[in-house]
Design a protein around this ligand. Sequence first.
Ligand code: GLY
Length: 376
Amino acid sequence: MQRAFFEEAARYVLRQIDRSLDVFKDTFPAPASQNHIYPGIANVEWTSSFWTGMLWLAYELTGAGKYRKAAEYQLASYRRRAEEEIATDTHDLGFLYSLSAIAEYKITGNPAAKDTALKAADLLAKRYFPKAGIIQAWGDLNDPEQCGRMIIDCLLNLPLLYWASEASGEPRYAEYARTHVRQAAKYLVRPDDTTYHTYYMDVETGEPKYGNTHQGYADDSCWARGQAWGIYGFLLSYKYTGDAELIRLAKRLSHYFLSRTPEDGVVYWDLVFTSGKEQEKDSSASAIAACGMLELAKQLPLTDPDKRLFEDQALSILSGLAQNYTTKDIPESNGVLKHAVYNKPRGMGIDECNIWGDYYYFEGLVRVLTSWRLYW
Ligand code: GLY
């Protein structure tokens, strides 16, 4: 019964992918939709690979060559982006290359995909500040506004570095990732199991400075998607390092996230809100958290009393999304999940679809329906 429900949910995602298969070929969906329609843009955003990642998921779920062909076609664009350093002043190289080049390399063994991902890892490694032990999130390394700023989202970029050490035999990439994740655990996680979105380090002395927010409601509130990045991200580093502290952190952050999740399974854009109609939901945060909790349930030993809880909660989030948050009632939409928020303080993508929400929702469904091997 439950399987049939999730199969139907995945069929809807496949239908939405099919309608855009010939559209997003040389262009990519913009980060957020406008009136529930993604415009096509060049490969310049941090989000291009969520579309390519959905193509790989679709290929793995169905075995249909059309998805593989479409995903493989896009490798040249990622290669050019890394070689010509087009909009690469960002830590989001991890998102960009894990779901495109690394996914392709893991699935097909294409050496050009491996080479492309290693180029991206080199660019990401240049953003590491040894004294502070962190990877700078955004912008030029000399930009005083951004210098020494780490953000919780970066945890999803670290797998590119761990993978690069495995693929190249060069330990420094993984060392940077290990050091960064320790700093993130120390400074981004607060004692009440909430998280800062961003934190500044002094890159000259290595001293911590202060935390604040960029996309949350307030500096001391808990931005919902940041918490979700933390759940999934600390766990991914646990998988690569075996550091038990990181799985404990993923559990703590998950418990907090669940304690702020409303009845319908989908959080508000900041976890300071838990009810009412005045504030928007962020379906993408719940989709990310569901993937993190499914992985958490997988990693926890049978003896852990929370193993079952996280699996049940993840399934309940996915089924809440499938029941009430898809674009089924908006026939003109080329998105999958509605009611997401990109950046509320800056008025971007509010109550729209966003492409990472679509990706993680689909990843969650593919996790439930298959024994999926991570691209991360
Ligand atoms: N990583 C950027 C965001 O979550 O909006």
